[in-house]
Structures are given as structure tokens and as C-alpha cells.
Design a protein around this ligand. Structure first.
Ligand code: GTP
Ligand code: MG
Length: 276
């Protein structure tokens, strides 16, 4: 529990997707701040002992198994299960410092709906990003800002925190139906939710973050394939017929923009369909 101004207590859940992270997950769990109320690990068919190691390091951890493939499906499942007021998403590979969670939570307590980690804002950095990935991220980030009026500096970084009202704005596919992966189940989830919170009028604040190299093991991300998925996500969200962008107005500049929390329900501004 953390104390917000006005002495309101807020609970905090952490959602961690894992795929063969037995050598890293203990390091992450041991470093979570003491105020965390709930830790949800969503495993994607690990063939090592990720789950056993996690339970040893954090006996109260909630373990879930994802229904389909991909980091996006795992995160969506974790968000469905999270019961706290505030939710933090963090990777299990040790590249994101758990101690930074405090800064993310502080940003939410100060009034943000969505605290976006950034390696490219003052105080952030990376030991891990390649020249190619940096250039790709910069291009995709600029395109997103141009099409949606956002002010992101690091679109493709998955260390974020948000109030639970944001989960409705994410409008993610149902995570529990088994079968083939659907759109949103892959690494594109990060771009999808970054765009959808902006379209919903959420108050977005960037939090500087330092990315280390993953501690052990192999990356699951393919720079080219996943870069193309991010590009498709941006175009789909902006121009796709059934996508969020066609349902919700592009928000006005931040100063005049109400918080998403002021809109009840979050999609209050959606047009009401004409009766047949
Ligand atoms: N449950 C689940 N977790 C996944 C899946 N793919 C990746 N992950 C986890 O998602 C997190 C990020 O994956 P990484 O492979 O490190 O990808 P990345 O951090 O975007 O890329 P790098 O910078 O190359 O490490 C890690 O905690 C992975 O274990 C998946 O299909 N299912
Ligand atoms: Mg990683």
C-alpha cells in the first residue's frame, strides 16, 4: 500500500511476463519495493524452472499460465487478474530496475493516469539498445506523436505503470480464450496501449528509466519482425476501420485535456449509435 495525498491508501500490483527466466526472475522479485501488495507472474510455457524459482523467492506470488502465445497475451492476462488500484508492468529479465517502481508510483500518485518509462528523457538511458533499434524506435515514436498528438520519447519500452481504469481503455483482446495468437498478443501490445491511453484522454507522464542488458538468456524480440508489427499497429490504430482511433476523438493538447478518470465511464465521449 502507498499513501496518496489526502491520506488515501492505494494498493499496487506488479505484473511480470516470463518465458524461460529462471536465472533472472529471483533477482527481480528480491528487489521489488516493500510496498507492493500483489505480484502476478504470467508464464508462457517456460521449459525451465521459472515458476518454481519464483515461488521460492516470493511464496505469495500469484502464478498464471497464458492461454495463447506472446508477451502481449501474458500481459493482458496479468492485467485481468490484477486487483490493485495501481498496476506496474515490468520484464523478468533483469533489464529494468525494480527500485524504479517507486518513481512510477509517485507519478501516478501525483495525478498521472499512465506513467510511461523512457530511456530517452533526462535521467534515463540504456546499456542494451543497438543503433538499429534506437533508429527504429525514434522513427516509430515520431510517427506516433505526429498521428496521435502524443509526446512520447520512447514508444518501444515496456516498463510502465497505470491506474486500473486504464485497463478498460486498453481494450485488449480477451486473454483467456485458447487458440492461435491474435493481434495484440505479441510485442505490439506496448504500442497499442500507449496509443489507446492517449486516445482515451489519459494524463500521460514520462518517468526516466535506465535499461541494463538482460542478465542471462536470450531475447525473445526480433528487431525487424517486431518493428514491422509496431508499424502496423500505428497505422491500424489510426486508420483501421474497427480500431480505437475511429471510435474515440483524437485528444486536444494536454493543458485542456480532462483526465480519463474524470470521464465516467472512460469511453463516455464515444458516439451513441443511432437506433435502427
Ligand atoms: N509469458 C510470456 N512472456 C514473454 C513472452 N515473450 C517474452 N516474454 C517476457 O517478456 C519480457 C520481455 O522479453 P524480452 O525477450 O526480454 O524482450 P525485450 O526486453 O523486448 O527485448 P530485449 O531488449 O532484446 O531484451 C521478459 O520478461 C520475457 O520473459 C511470451 O511469449 N510469454
Ligand atoms: Mg529484455
Amino acid at each position: 500500500m502507498v499513501r496518496a495525498c489526502g491520506n488515501v491508501l492505494k494498493s499496487v500490483s506488479v505484473v511480470i511476463p516470463t518465458r524461460n527466466e529462471s536465472r533472472n526472475i529471483g533477482w527481480v522479485l528480491d528487489r521489488l519495493p516493500d510496498f507492493i501488495d500483489e505480484v502476478i507472474l504470467v508464464d508462457g510455457g517456460s521449459v525451465d524452472d521459472t515458476v518454481e524459482v519464483a515461488l521460492r523467492h516470493r511464496p505469495d506470488i500469484i502464478v498464471a499460465h497464458q492461454a495463447r502465445r506472446g508477451k502481449g497475451n501474458a500481459l493482458a492476462r496479468g492485467f485481468e487478474l490484477a486487483t490493485s488500484d495501481l498496476i506496474v508492468m515490468i520484464d523478468a529479465d533483469g533489464s529494468m530496475a525494480p527500485a524504479e517502481i517507486e518513481a512510477f508510483v509517485d507519478a501516478l500518485l501525483a495525478g498521472a493516469d499512465y506513467a510511461k518509462g523512457s530511456r530517452f528523457t533526462a535521467g534515463g538511458g540504456s546499456d542494451d539498445i543497438t543503433v538499429l533499434r534506437r533508429a527504429g524506435n525514434r522513427f516509430l515514436n515520431g510517427l506516433t506523436n505526429a498521428l496521435f498528438g502524443s509526446d512520447y520519447s520512447d514508444l518501444c519500452y515496456g516498463y510502465n505503470a497505470f491506474s486500473r481504469e486504464c485497463v478498460a481503455a486498453f481494450a485488449l483482446p480477451d486473454a483467456t480464450t485458447p487458440g492461435e495468437a491474435v493481434w495484440g498478443d505479441g510485442f505490439e501490445i506496448e504500442t497499442m496501449i500507449n496509443i489507446r491511453v492517449v486516445l482515451a484522454g489519459a494524463r500521460v507522464v514520462e518517468v526516466p528509466s535506465y535499461e541494463a542488458e538482460r542478465r542471462f538468456g536470450e531475447s525473445n524480440l526480433n528487431t525487424f519482425r517486431d518493428g514491422v508489427r509496431v508499424l502496423r499497429t500505428i497505422f491500424d490504430e489510426r486508420f483501421g476501420p474497427q480500431r480505437a482511433g475511429s471510435l474515440r476523438p483524437v485528444p486536444q493538447p494536454a493543458a485542456t485535456q480532462p483526465s480519463m478518470l474524470d470521464l465516467a465511464p472512460p469511453f463516455a465521449s464515444m458516439p451513441t449509435p443511432e437506433p435502427a
